[in-house]
Each structure stands twice: as structure tokens, then as C-alpha cells.
Design a protein around this ligand. Sequence first.
Ligand code: SF4
Ligand code: SF4
Length: 101
Amino acid sequence: MTEDEKPLGERMKLPWRQMPIGGTAFQPGSSTEYKTGDWRIIKKPVIDHKRCIMCLLCWIFCPDVSITRSPDQVEIDYYHCKGCGICSAECPVRCISMVEE
Ligand code: SF4
Ligand code: SF4
């Protein structure tokens, strides 16, 4: 067993009572390191940019901050998008389609 494969407690040489509590974020912004797009199954959102009116509702409603914006376009960050479909449901002109992966 390599050092990386050992349980966290063994690697840290800590008895379990001294291990950090699970689910605790020790640094702000660390969630960007986790590519939660791996969790997406079945469908992903795809934007039809020709029909987009840049209302930014998708950007506001995305619970995973997976829609990025520039002055003239919104894009999906597939590394973090979990495929929930909220952006597609909220788009007033229905220009975000949920398509098979
Ligand atoms: S499908 Fe969900 S997670 Fe992905 S961009 Fe749309 S609102 Fe965000
Ligand atoms: S909600 Fe639809 S129209 Fe509005 S910015 Fe997003 S993709 Fe464009």
C-alpha cells in the first residue's frame, strides 16, 4: 500500500479523536478544486447563443456558479456543472437545451 492509499488518519498519524471533523472547509474557495462536473449524469445544458438575449437569469439561478459571463456571452463551465437543469428551466427564451452527454 502506497502512502497515498493509506487512510487519512494513518497518514496524519493521528488517533481518530484528534482527526478533523468531516465536511469542514479549512480554506475559502477550495471548492473550485473539485471538478463536480463528474457528478453530472445523462444530460448537460447547451446554450444556443444566437437566441440568447443576455438577461443573465441563468447566471443568477445556477446553484453551482457554473455559468460564466463575459460582456457579450454566457458560457457553461462543464468542469463544475452538475446538470441540474435549473438554467434551462429559468431561461426566458428557452435557448438552453438539456442534451444527452
Ligand atoms: S445545469 Fe444546473 S449546474 Fe449546470 S449550469 Fe445549469 S443551473 Fe448550473
Ligand atoms: S437565461 Fe437564457 S437568454 Fe438569459 S443569459 Fe442565460 S442563456 Fe441567455
